[in-house]
Design a protein around this ligand. Structure first.
Ligand code: ARG
Length: 296
């Protein structure tokens, strides 16, 4: 009788222990997605200075953050059944916002490097990148090989892979690290720097929109496996599962590609200002020409 009692006590103790263990493990693995659903919104950190991935454009008369990464973020929010909240900041703050809990995801054309993988989890890759130099068109012949860039003044965005590549592979170059990509491109156009190092689609986008700029033929060596991916706080595996599922689909059916094409057609706010100013200059020139012809 005594033994039976002991077995009963032991069994019920084990059972309750098992129950508690199960409960706590299931609540911790579900917590992220559940918490997002409860909040009703997915907060995505980005640095909107990187067309076609993320940038600002006038949509329906309003200045909005748009781009292929933002469309992807929207698809993830849709899958979760919540609203998307885009939180804009400079690139060097994007990843840390995951640690401080200010954002659920970081999507900003982020290369999944080994170093970053130690601190953050990454989704499956969604875009395979190259990194290139944006230069002034007039320098196209000048910067054809790495020797010609060895002692050049090169700008890059703070905290990025293109920045560390310049540090490592062109140690004698003068590096100008800037928080904002647009600022770096302005420095290039005004002649303060000789080249800006950035992801190739972004360089191509600047070159297409600015007749004075071009993408150099020479490039530095990229490490393998550093494709663009979505960064997630370490251990949020249930959220990663949802993100991976969405990305796989967007890649398989070519939707991410259509997002990029759509982004290429949108005009950036800054660019629009330039175009407007350009149009005004052109218009005043035309009218001067007209007046000159009339009076002459
Ligand atoms: N791919 C580069 C990196 O991860 C640059 C990303 C910069 N992104 C941006 N939105 N400004 O370091």
């Amino acid at each position: 009788m005594k033994l039976k009692k002991w077995i009963f006590v032991l069994c019920s103790f084990l059972a309750s222990f098992f129950l508690v263990a199960c409960q706590s493990s299931s609540s911790s693995s579900q917590s992220t997605v559940e918490a997002i659903k409860q909040k009703g919104k997915l907060v995505v950190a980005t640095s909107p200075d990187y067309a076609p991935f993320e940038f600002q454009a006038l949509v329906d008369g309003k200045n909005q953050v748009v781009g292929a990464d933002i469309d992807m973020a929207q698809a993830i929010a849709d899958e979760l059944g919540v609203k998307l909240e885009v939180s804009s900041m400079s690139f060097d703050n994007v990843l840390t916002s995951l640690q401080t809990g200010k954002a659920d995801l970081a999507i900003a054309g982020i290369s999944a490097t080994e170093e970053r993988e130690e601190v953050f989890d990454f989704s499956i890759p969604y875009y395979e990148n190259k990194i290139s130099f944006l230069i002034r068109k007039t320098d196209h012949e000048k910067y054809k090989d790495l020797d010609s860039l060895a002692s050049a003044n090169i700008a890059a965005q703070k905290g990025t892979v293109p920045e560390s590549m310049v540090k490592e592979q062109l140690p004698k170059a003068q590096l100008t690290s800037l928080t904002n990509m647009g600022e770096a491109v302005n420095e290039l156009q005004s002649g303060k720097v000789d080249a800006v190092h950035m992801d190739e689609p972004v360089a191509l986008s600047y070159a297409t929109k600015n007749a004075d700029l071009a993408v150099a033929t020479v490039s530095l060596t990229m490490k393998e496996g550093e494709e663009n991916a979505v960064a997630i706080k370490k251990g949020n595996s249930d959220l990663k599962e949802v993100v991976d599922k969405v990305i796989q689909k967007l890649k398989d059916d070519g939707t991410y590609q259509t997002y990029l094409e759509k982004a290429a057609k949108l005009t950036e706010v800054e660019q629009k200002k330039i175009t407007e100013a350009g149009t005004k200059v052109l218009a005043s020139q035309l009218s001067l020409d007209y007046q000159a012809r009339r009076s002459g």
